[in-house]
Design a protein around this ligand. Sequence first.
Ligand SMILES: C[S@@+](CC[C@H](N)C(=O)[O-])C[C@H]1O[C@@H](n2cnc3c(N)ncnc32)[C@H](O)[C@@H]1O
Length: 301
Amino acid sequence: MRENTISEFWSAHPCGDHLVGGASRGGRSDSEEFFTRYDTFKYRLEPHIPGCLDDLDVAGRRVLEIGLGQGAESEQLIRRGALWTGVDLTRTSVERVGARLSQRNLPREGLHCGSVLDLPFPADSFDLVFSHGVLHHVPDILAAQREIHRVLRPGGELVVMLYARWSLNYLLAIGLVRRAALAVVYPLARAGLLKPSGVVGAHVTNARRTGLRSYLRMREFIHHNTDGPDNPHSRVYDVRTVRQHFPDFSVTRAHKHFLHAPPLPVHRLPGGRVAGWHLWVHMRPKERADVPSGYEAAAVR
Ligand SMILES: C[S@@+](CC[C@H](N)C(=O)[O-])C[C@H]1O[C@@H](n2cnc3c(N)ncnc32)[C@H](O)[C@@H]1O
């Protein structure tokens, strides 16, 4: 898949913008008021994030954040004393985060438009690399982790949030409820008995394009059920797959949060630690001599 396709998607659908009346809903997405609204919304929905960031040792350390969205975590990292540099694939995100940091007088070391596949930094530039909700959208994950390993100093830390395979969302909401709903709606729509619009309509259109059976295969369906039906690429992870897809790193800690399984109303229930959608993984870079070679041949699906 071309990186342009991914960049076009995130430029057209900046993370969470539509949920808080941003530019995609005819509002403004670079105002002080927008950032306040966005952060209030985000941390009410995902209240575990500030605590997870408190656990990171960022004060006075060179931190690279990859994939910035609206910059909510960028701000949190800087407020915790990180010497922060950010990189995002899209100009949209870079401009918004630039506006946020300037409006709030927050310092930064650098802010770049670029890809995790080709980071614009010399080797060993950072003490910690943080990436929240991004790397599961990168098809060439082996190249991405290799590039992160290059810019991270020996003994540094990589902390990522990836979508969790062993989650209520993947197993029940996406795997069962949404697939079953589409299997019912699709033939009715084809027969002209239903005219679905919005998200359901978009799934019907997608299924028409690839054929319902192919579309409902989890390997295909997952792409269209995490960040909207038009999202080009998503994967889910457990610790075993993290080890396979990040062969240049050793996993030191993993924890899950955020019980989220739309359309099921599970938000306020406990159980995020067991069946949450957000898998946080902490990793240490392997020494360069210990990095496996030839793993390109390994199947990363
Ligand atoms: C789902 S958003 C997550 C944003 C933010 N970290 C958050 O959790 O709200 C994904 C972000 O990653 C960026 N992104 C996607 N692929 C990327 C890549 N290859 N390199 C750098 N950034 C990328 C997108 O432009 C988008 O801003």
